[in-house]
Design a protein around this ligand. Structure first.
Ligand code: ADP
Ligand code: MG
Ligand code: MG
Length: 212
């Protein structure tokens, strides 16, 4: 039971911006091991631009809020993560529609639609060592929490964040099959995927914003 208001979603985006900014060096360090050492900078710049646009445009409906976020990510980040996260928010917004709050099933549908956008765009499968390995288990766990019936939305969001973190940790042993890290082949084993790490921050901050 429970709803997520547009104010909570705005708070989520701000907290996600703060988290990727605070964890910028860690995200970049992960990307320096199996990529090109820019994931922290990409996410901090992208979410910085997104929150700035949201403050300027002051959208009053959830679709506009998430669309503004997605457009800012796509236009401010050159790397793979810009279009992927951008598509996530654009699709989530389209699913949510012109409403001022989301109940659990509507939020689940938006997150599921966002995941679908990332899959359409990046063509990664589970186990390819990408952000999908955190995003998919998180969306699944959120739905499982809701389906259990008596669970509060906040508890389902925390469950999703925990699933994202477990998915992120499981990327350690995977061979990268998509993105820059795939150029390393077997040598990508033993490193966490940077995108799975930032996606975990996205779900942890969602759970935090809902819990407040
Ligand atoms: P770039 O690789 O262009 O420098 P970033 O470093 O910002 O971009 O983002 C890298 C992250 O993007 C990877 O860690 C991975 O999680 C994610 N990624 C890359 N390619 C794909 C893809 N095809 N599908 C899903 N995620 C991907
Ligand atoms: Mg990179
Ligand atoms: Mg790059």
């Amino acid at each position: 039971a429970g709803v997520v208001t547009i104010d909570v979603l705005r708070e989520w985006l701000t907290r996600f911006r703060d988290a990727v900014t605070e964890q910028r060096e860690w995200l970049t360090e992960l990307d320096s091991a199996i990529g090109d050492a820019d994931h922290g900078a990409n996410m901090a710049r992208g979410m910085g631009a997104a929150v700035e646009k949201v403050v300027q445009a002051a959208p009053e409906k959830v679709d506009a809020l998430l669309k503004t976020t997605g457009m800012a990510l796509v236009s401010s980040v050159g790397g793979a993560s810009g279009p992927l996260y951008g598509t996530f928010f654009l699709r989530a917004g389209a699913s949510a529609g012109p409403v001022s709050e989301l109940d659990g099933p509507a939020l689940a549908a938006a997150l599921r639609a966002g995941l679908g956008g990332v899959v359409d765009r990046g063509k990664a499968e589970p186990g390819d060592k990408t952000l999908i390995d955190a995003l998919l288990p998180a969306v699944d766990a959120f739905e499982v929490g809701l389906a259990s019936g008596d669970e509060e939305l906040a508890a389902s969001a925390r469950r999703a964040a925990d699933a994202a973190a477990a998915g992120r940790d499981a990327t350690l042993d995977l061979v990268a099959r998509k993105g820059r890290a795939s150029y390393l082949g077997e040598r990508s084993v033993g490193h966490l995927d940077p995108g799975a790490a930032s996606t975990t921050l996205m779900f942890e901050t969602l759970a935090d914003a809902i819990a407040e």
